[in-house]
Design a protein around this ligand. Sequence first.
Ligand code: ADP
Ligand code: ADP
Length: 231
Amino acid sequence: ISIEGLSKIFTSNNSKTTAVENLDLRIEEGDIFGVIGYSGAGKSTFVRLLNRLEEPSGGRITINNEDITAMTTSQLRIARQDIGMIFQHFNLLWSRTVEDNIAFPLEIAGLSKAKRQRRVQELIDLVGLSGKEKAYPSQLSGGQKQRVGIARALANKPKVLLCDEATSALDPETTNAILDLLVDINKQLGLTIILITHEMHVIRKICKHVAVMEKGKVVEQGEVMDVFLHP
Ligand code: ADP
Ligand code: ADP
């Protein structure tokens, strides 16, 4: 993933906020890359630019040599299957069961019912939710809800997983279990993980590389050990 001169300026009622400013970054395939910073640093905007949930004001993002920023809506729809995302508050469909939440992106992708069922079972096993297929999100713990979020994000076999404060609503023990699962997935599937957080211990536990964001800019980046040991 290569990011060059990426900017995002929000304008509303004559006020301008530069959320991301002229950002350059390279993220290698298979990495677990952390982005850390205080609230308002621009982390969430940055990660939402990567799958064009936000339109950039300037700059370029290329993923596997494909220019995400130049894509039309229909090209983007296909490219987004390669980019999964999980969220702080899980963003599940509350009226659907676990298996139907996970099947949702497969339905959109047009898979047959038989193929969907097979894939959902694989994903349930991968994230450790066997026996919870018919449960509703309201019947699950926070950690279990995030496992559903992870399974749904992986449904279409993406190459990149974006994690937006994915453990910030969880207690420490559950956080560790979810982080262990992310490491497993990174190893098993070779998936690139980009994780944003305001919590240093999350970065220390699983990331290989880190970028520190402040006021829309990357102020420091490198290997986690180097960045945190030599401030
Ligand atoms: P972080 O994720 O690091 O907390 P954000 O990316 O959410 O930071 O926000 C960065 C800055 O952009 C903040 O000043 C925030 O208020 C502003 N911002 C984010 N989203 C919007 C929006 N949709 N409209 C206007 N300003 C926004
Ligand atoms: P957290 O514990 O991380 O704050 P929750 O899982 O409790 O998050 O809730 C996430 C969001 O979904 C909240 O906005 C909450 O109001 C909403 N929500 C939670 N449970 C249900 C439910 N059973 N039906 C509809 N909305 C719900």
